[in-house]
Write a protein that binds this ligand. Structure first.
Ligand code: SAH
Ligand code: SF4
Length: 377
C-alpha cells in the first residue's frame, strides 16, 4: 500500500488504491469522499484513465489530481502467443527487470497467472524463478496492472478474464501487503469485481501467513511436491522451516474456515517424485486433508538437474492416485513453446526465446511473437 501522508513524493499510482484508501487520501486534501467512488467508476467501469475526461469532477479538481495521481503501468514489451492458445506478456518493471504473466485458455475459463515478485528467495530446486534470487517485491499497482493491461488487450477481441491465479514468479505470501491489496482491488465491486472463488493464491507453504488466504476468502493452492519430509526438504528448502505435519494442519484450518478444498500441486520429477510407490505415500499423506491433487509434469529449463518423466510414467502415476481414491487432475502442459509453462518464467527482459529445452518435442516455429504492447490477436 502506498504512503498517504501529504508531503510524500507524488504522484501516487492509482492502481495501488483501494476505495477506502482513495477516500482517505482525498480527505487529506480537503476533497469530498464521494469523489473516490466516481473516480473508481471511471477507471474500472469505463476504462477512462485521464482525469480530463472525468467530466463529473470539477475542472479545478481534475487539474489538482493530475499532479497527485498517475495511471502509469509497467509497459508490455513482449507478447507471445503459443500454438495452444496460451499467451505470455512480458512487462518492463525498471532496472533491466521484467515480470511475466500468462493467459491460459480452457473450455470454460480464461485464467491469468500473475507474478508477485521479481525472482524468489524460496530456492525450490526445480523452479527457474527460484534460481533468480529475489530482486524486488512487486507493488500493488504492478499486480493489479498485470490484470488491467492484459484485460485491455483482450477487450479488443471481446474476451474476458474469468480467473486469476498467483502462480507466476515469486512467493505471494512473501509479499502479503501488495498481494492482498491487489486481491482487494480485484474482487471488490468498486474494482474489477471478480468473485473471490475465482482467485487462487499458491504458496510454497509459508505457514504464518496462510491464514490470510482464508481471511480473504480466496482459494488456496499449496506446492507440495514431496510425499515425505525428506524428499520435500530436498526439492523445497522451505520445508525444513515449515515441515509437512504443520503445513497439513494449517491446510485443515483453511478448510475449516472456508469449506473450500485445497489444491495440492505436485510436480513430477523423473526418479525423484514420479514412482508408483511415491503415489501411494502421497495419497496416504493426504488422506485426511480435504484436497484435490494437481499433477504437474516437470517443465525443463537449463541446468535444473531434473528431468521430465515420460508420458507413460506420468499416466501411470495419475492412474495409481485415482485407483487409491484420490481426487486428482493431470495438468495439461500449456505454452511450452513460448516458455510460459509452470516454472519457466524469468526476470530478464532480454531472454533469448531460443532457450534449449532438451527432451522437448515441441517446435515453437508456429508460435507468434509481438514486440510491442499493441499486438493483433
Ligand atoms: N511461489 C508459489 C507460486 C508460484 S510457483 C508456489 O510455489 O506455490 C507455481 C507452481 O509452479 C508451483 O506449484 C510450483 O511447484 C510449480 N513449478 C515451479 N517450477 C516448475 C517446473 N519447472 N515445472 C513444473 N512446475 C513447476
Ligand atoms: Fe518461489 Fe514458487 Fe518457484 Fe518455489 S516454486 S522458487 S516458491 S516461485
Amino acid at each position: 500500500m502506498q504512503n498517504l501522508e501529504p508531503g510524500m513524493p507524488q504522484p501516487l499510482n492509482f492502481y495501488s488504491f483501494t476505495l477506502e484508501g482513495l477516500e482517505k487520501f482525498l480527505k487529506q486534501y480537503g476533497k469530498e469522499k464521494f469523489r473516490a467512488q466516481q473516480i473508481f467508476k471511471w477507471v474500472y467501469e469505463q476504462r477512462v484513465t485521464d482525469f480530463d475526461q472525468m467530466l463529473n469532477l470539477s475542472k479545478d479538481l481534475r487539474a489538482e489530481l493530475k499532479n497527485l495521481i498517475t495511471f502509469n503501468l509497467p509497459p508490455i514489451v513482449k507478447h507471445l502467443v503459443s500454438v495452444d492458445g496460451t499467451q505470455k506478456f512480458l512487462f518492463d518493471v525498471r532496472d533491466g527487470n521484467s515480470i511475466e504473466a500468462v493467459v491460459i485458455p480452457s473450455d470454460d475459463r480464461l485464467t491469468l497467472c500473475v507474478s508477485s515478485e521479481i525472482g524468489c528467495n524460496m530456492a525450490c530446486q526445480f523452479c527457474f524463478t527460484g534460481k533468480q534470487k529475489l530482486k524486488r517485491r512487486l507493488d500493488t499497482y504492478e499486480i493489479v496492472g498485470q490484470f488491467m493491461q492484459v484485460q485491455d488487450i483482450l477487450n479488443k477481441s471481446g474476451l474476458k478474464l474469468s480467473n486469476i491465479v498467483f502462480m507466476g514468479m515469486g512467493e505471494p505470501l512473501d509479499n502479503c501487503e501488495a498481494v492482498f491489496g491487489a486481491i482487494d482491488v480485484i474482487h471488490s465491486p468498486w474494482g474489477v469485481n471478480l468473485s473471490r472463488k475465482k482467485i487462487t493464491v499458491s504458496t510454497s507453504g509459508l505457514i504464518p501467513e496462510m491464514w490470510r488466504v482464508a481471511d480473504a476468502k480466496v482459494r488456496l493452492a499449496v506446492s507440495l511436491n514431496g510425499y515425505n519430509d525428506e524428499v520435500r526438504s530436498l526439492v523445497m528448502p522451505i520445508n525444513k522451516k515449515y515441515p509437512l505435519a504443520d503445513l497439513l494442519e494449517e491446510c485443515k484450518s483453511y478448510y475449516r474456515a472456508t469449506g473450500d478444498k485445497i489444491t495440492m500441486e505436485y510436480v513430477l520429477l523423473k526418479g525423484v517424485t514420479d514412482q508408483l510407490d511415491h503415489a501411494k505415500q502421497l495419497v496416504k499423506l493426504l488422506r485426511d486433508v480435504p484436497c484435490k491433487i494437481n499433477l504437474i509434469p516437470f517443465n525443463e529449463h537449463p541446468g535444473s538437474g531434473f528431468e521430465r518423466p515420460s508420458d507413460e510414467t506420468v499416466q501411470a502415476f495419475h492412474t495409481e492416485c485415482m485407483r487409491l481414491g484420490a481426487q486428482v487432475l493431470l495438468r495439461r502442459t500449456m505454452g511450452r513453446d513460448i516458455y510460459a509453462a509452470c516454472g519457466q518464467l524469468t526476470t530478464k527482459v532480454n531472454r533469448p526465446e531460443t532457450m534449449d529445452i532438451s527432451n522437448s518435442k515441441i517446435g515453437g516455429n508456429n508460435a507468434r511473437s509481438f514486440s510491442s504492447g499493441q499486438p493483433g490477436l
